[in-house]
Each structure stands twice: as structure tokens, then as C-alpha cells.
Design a protein around this ligand. Structure first.
Ligand code: PMP
Length: 362
């Protein structure tokens, strides 16, 4: 802010917000959403539940029914679950509770940029280490970074956004070896793979797994995310979050959604199949390098550097296909990220990409 207005915090005035260009296109493959709405039965059940909500009362501040349902769905104790308005809010509350001006968080780039942004907004210092050339982090590198930076918080993201890679189990274990350090494993895309760190929560007092209903569950509009952590850690969050933060409608929606797990798994299976097809077709494109992904998106590099990749991104937009442009990011030069869409959308993306690549020669 400038002029006579209120003075923004000095440490925030230098920072730019979350920015992902929003263009009106036919094929939106830029934000890792599900291309499918949630099941009709869920939408009807939610509409049926809406009149029964006690709108004149505050919602259950503990979200007990929802937390018990989430806990049952993943086989943990209800006291190990805490839910918020999307996993971004869950991460923010973790940082409000365990970060702050005396604390330091460690991230491995490239990764989900909101980890850094949320840390900065909570006045938590951030140190960034680079991933390997294949975008993983090995245990030795994590140990070395922990010795050098002595972080209070370490972020992992598995599968990692935007690379799709899984974080090795031993890398997470090494970070968690010091029990005073909070280790956050962001599993926003866990349903698209067969690995999870949820099992570590029972054996480590300092490991938190963060999940969301925004991706595989097809309900980002309802804003629901949760964490799995040791009950003591969950209780410690209380001073850091607002009372009645999770509205009654979202609590009901989350509870009802869990009845449609089979439908969710069907959508995920289709996404995994299409991910395989996209991977194979991208790998066959001349001048394109694609990384294997465990999520519902793929990162690929366009030969010829950031300039050409940016031009290819524009060529896709002209063909009414929107993907995420990471080309000018230092850790993903020349890279674009495509979300797995419907089979028809993926086919359209591939055709548009081939045309855009032919149009912008290296
Ligand atoms: N974590 C990761 C890795 C993500 O990619 C996203 C969404 N882009 C989120 C968290 C936040 O999702 P939400 O707040 O909708 O749960």
C-alpha cells in the first residue's frame, strides 16, 4: 500500500501473492482439479441435508462427526484428525502454531509455492534447498540441510507439486529424527498413488500429514482439507485457529462425500490411466522431456529454453487449452505442467501441443 492508507507489515510489502493466470478457455488443465463433478448421489444427498442444518446456531467447533468419519476412512483415531477450510488453511494453522518470527522452515524447490508463501505470511523464515536433477530429495541431502539450517519445520510434498515425484520415505524419516522439529508431509495428491506417510504418524510425535478433498474428491469449491497428526499435536493447534472456523455445510459435505469413496476411486483410476497415456504421448513428442508422475498432472520440458516454452504456452492458449506455465521459474526452466483431464480434453491438449510445437521451432 502507498500514500495515506494503513501501512502493510514491512515484511509483507515486498512479497507478491499467489498468481496463476486465469484465461477463459475451453480446456482448463492448469490447476490440478478433477475434470469431473462429484457423484450425482452426493450432490443430491447434500441438497437433502441442507434444510436440516441449524443455521441459527454456530457449527460444532470440534467438527466431531466429520473428524470421526475422516478418521474411520483412513483407519486412524478421531483425535488424530483436524479439518480446515482447504489444506492451505490447515497448513496456515500449522504455521501459526509452530512457525512465527523465531522459527525457520525448510523447503525443497521446486515444490508447492504456497508452503513458502504461508510461511512468509506467518513471519516464519524460509530456507530453500534444491532438489536433485530428477526432482527427488535423498536422505543424505535432507540430513545435510537439517544440520546446516537447523529448521524448526520441514516441508515435504508427496507426490510433489509441480513435479509429480514421491518423497522417499527415508528422507522424511531423517528430517523427523529430531522430535522437536515439525515435519509436514503435504499429500494433496495421495489418492493418485499408492504411497502415504500416514503410518509414520503413529510412530513419530512430530510428523503431520496434510490431505485435501479438493483434488481426488472433486470438491475444491467446498473448501475442505485435513491433517493427520498425533493427538497431542492436534490439541496444540487450538490457540492458533479461530473458533467455529469450519462451517456446518462444509462439515456435512465432507461427511457425506466419504460415503462415495468407491466413485472417487473410479475417477482416480481413470485419471491414472489417462496419466499413463499422456506420459507416453508426451514422451513420444520430439523436443519434449516428461517426468513420471504419481499425481493427476505431468511436468514436461520444452526443448529450446524458457522463451520457447513460454511461446508454446501461448500457442496452447490460442488453441483454447490452458496449462500451468513454470517456464521462467529458476528450478523448472522451460517447463509446463498439464493436469490430467477427461480423455477428450487430453486428446485436445496433445493435438494443440503438437501444433504449438510445430509453430514455434527451436
Ligand atoms: N497442497 C498442494 C500440494 C496443492 O497442490 C494444493 C492445491 N493446489 C493445496 C495444497 C491446496 O489445496 P486446498 O487448499 O484446496 O486443499
Amino acid at each position: 500500500m502507498s500514500g495515506d492508507g494503513p501501512r502493510l507489515r514491512d515484511d509483507l510489502s515486498e512479497l507478491v501473492g499467489y498468481h496463476s493466470p486465469d484465461v477463459d478457455v475451453d480446456v482448463r488443465l492448469n490447476t490440478n482439479e478433477s475434470p469431473y463433478p462429484p457423484p450425482r448421489g452426493f450432490v443430491d444427498a447434500l441438497a437433502g441435508a441442507a434444510p436440516r442444518i441449524a443455521y441459527n446456531r454456530y457449527p460444532d467447533r470440534e467438527a466431531r462427526v466429520l473428524r470421526a468419519a475422516i478418521a474411520a476412512s483412513i483407519g486412524v483415531d478421531p483425535g488424530s484428525v483436524w479439518a480446515g477450510n482447504g489444506s492451505n488453511e490447515v497448513i496456515q494453522v500449522l504455521l501459526l502454531a509452530f512457525g512465527g518470527s523465531q522459527r525457520r522452515a525448510l523447503v525443497f524447490a521446486p515444490t508447492y509455492s504456497m508452503h513458502t508463501k504461508i510461511a512468509e505470511a506467518t513471519a516464519t523464515a524460509v530456507v530453500t534447498e534444491a532438489r536433485d536433477a530428477d526432482f527427488t530429495v535423498d536422505a543424505a541431502a535432507v540430513e545435510d540441510a537439517c544440520v546446516r539450517h537447523r529448521p524448526d519445520i520441514v516441508f515435504f510434498c508427496s507426490p510433489n507439486n509441480p513435479t509429480g515425484t514421491l518423497e522417499p520415505h527415508d528422507a522424511v524419516t531423517v528430517a523427523a529424527a529430531d522430535s522437536r522439529r515439525l515435519v509436514i508431509v503435504d499429500e494433496a495428491y495421495a489418492e493418485f498413488c499408492d504411497e502415504t506417510a500416514v503410518g509414520m504418524v503413529a510412530t513419530h510425535p512430530n510428523v503431520v500429514v496434510v490431505r485435501t478433498m479438493s483434488k481426488a474428491w472433486s470438491m475444491p469449491a467446498l473448501r475442505l482439507g485435513y491433517l493427520v497428526a498425533p493427538p497431542e499435536l492436534v490439541r496444540a493447534l487450538t490457540p492458533a485457529h479461530l473458533p467455529y472456523h469450519l462451517n456446518a455445510f462444509t462439515q456435512e459435505a465432507g461427511r457425506l462425500a466419504l460415503d462415495y469413496g468407491a466413485e472417487m476411486r473410479t475417477r482416480v483410476a481413470l485419471a491414472r490411466e489417462e496419466r499413463g497415456r499422456l506420459y507416453a504421448e508426451l514422451a513420444a513428442c520430439e523436443g519434449v522431456r516428461v517426468w513420471p508422475s504419481a499425481a493427476n498432472f505431468l511436468l514436461f520440458e520444452v526443448e529450446g529454453g524458457p522463451g520457447r516454452a513460454g511461446a508454446v504456452w501461448e500457442g496452447l492458449v490460442r488453441r483454447s487449452v490452458l496449462v500451468r506455465d513454470f517456464a521462467s521459474n529458476a528450478t523448472t526452466p522451460g517447463c509446463l505442467r498439464v493436469t490430467v483431464g477427461t480423455p477428450e480434453e487430453n486428446t485436445r491438449f496433445l493435438a494443440a501441443l503438437r501444433d504449438a510445437l510445430a509453430e514455434v521451432r527451436p
